[in-house]
Design a binder for this molecule. Sequence first.
Ligand SMILES: [Zn+2]
Length: 558
Amino acid sequence: MHDLLIKNATIYDGLGGAPVQGNLAVSDGRIAAVGKDAGAAREVVNADGLALMPGIIDTHTHFDAQITWDPLASPSPGLGVTTVIMGNCGFTIAPCRPPDRDLTMRNLTHVEGMSLDALRSGIDWNFETFPEYLDGLERRGVGPNVACFAGHSSIRTFVMREAATTRAATPDEVAEMRRLVVQALEAGACGFSTTRSGQHNGEAGIPMPSRLADEREMLALSSSLKDVGRGILMMTKAADTPMPFIEKLAQSAGRPYLVAALLHSNLTPESTFEDLAHIAAARNRGNRLYGAVSPCPLTFEFTLHEPYVFEGLAAWQPLMKMDEAGMKKALSDPEFRIAVKDELARRSRRMFNGEWEKMFVTQTTRPEHAKFEGGAIDVLAAREGKHPVDFLLDLSLAENLDTLFTATLLNSDEQAVGAMLRDPNSIVSLSDAGAHLTFLCDAGFGLHFLGHWVRDKHVMPLEAGVRKLSAEPADLFGIRDRGRLALGQCADLLLFDPATVGRGRPERVFDLPAGASRLTTPSVGVHGVWVNGQCMAARDGMLADAPTAGRVLRKFAA
Ligand SMILES: [Zn+2]
């Protein structure tokens, strides 16, 4: 007698094989039978022809802090995700000594899009070292399966304290960091992650520590994977991080390198394709580079209280160190405005490049401004006879910076994004789930990929799309017993309707510690999600009593 039988399903194996009609049985958390006759079970679900695939593996999340107060890592399991990879971009919270906790949270507050209050009252600091952090997760239990990178910025802060954000490391400090990376890998880290992106800043514009690393440090830490013989490297590159440099790091480790974030920009439309061409050339030389691409347009909902979208501008840097009164004064300053306009007139691969037609007024606070709601900044500014910079800043200042804007900044050219998703060296990723919480929610990236790109845009057959979300990332990360529906595999399952699958509209909820808000999205077309054979979500989203059915993954294939 099996524990669970899902009968009459259209089964997608995750490996790209043609779907088969049949039944799938689960015993003790593993797939015990697949086929026409799978035997009897205590619980039977009639799939009625719906599609059954391996649960989605989300390779780019930032749940490291959230998972210590929300072991379920919501909303991801409700959106079909059964395994999350955390600690991307080098942002982790372990290792961390008690006196450095505030420093670590101040680094995270910005990139995570969470208030410092939420982090301060939320994080359970029941660890100091990376191995203790993994042990803590295991003791508390986790909803989805969890794998965690050794994060460059945390390790740098652990070794260099305050100096981590101000200078290059000494040879002794590099040696100590390398020792900690190896320690993390041996305890079960899935690899080593870092960032060079100028968009990655902590509180008051402090650069994330890894941005201060020189080539010697980058090589020393990356090559530590060679000693261990396992794991994957990941980096969020800057516009000017040369691909040959990343290839050199990959070569020093002899391990795969996942390069993020390949987001398409209309102002430099060739650059992501140049990156993918470099990656293909590197592959031909035997260096296993992959490009992390997103199926989602990068859409931010924001106020000027947290102007993340503008913080890639050099002219904006001084404002990040100011309190709100100082910032308001600066926003009114004509010289500041001229500097912003000049900079926006020069093309670059930054997040915002003056695409005012893609930035909208979403919500105003004063009745006389209600007429602007839903309008694009370029149109509204022209109507008011103002430069878009002046229009946006004047409006926001008149409303105490409370005006809500929405901007679709990158990845909005559908033809280009479709081509990137089809690239043989691309990994469908970049949900950033658990981060940027006040601005966006792409935790449903997999459902969006299956609905919008596979069904509506026909970028690839469904069986190939399923593979991009399951066996492909499992193989990249050396996760052997997940990501495919086959005998003996862990029973991570997603039951969905290919005709309707997708994600709903973003909703703002106020469920973070200290009452802070975040954006979330509901699932569409999901009928069931199981982690290790236990049901986490049904048609209406995550179960109210969803179990901590996940495992902390610590063993990765070479
Ligand atoms: Zn990230």
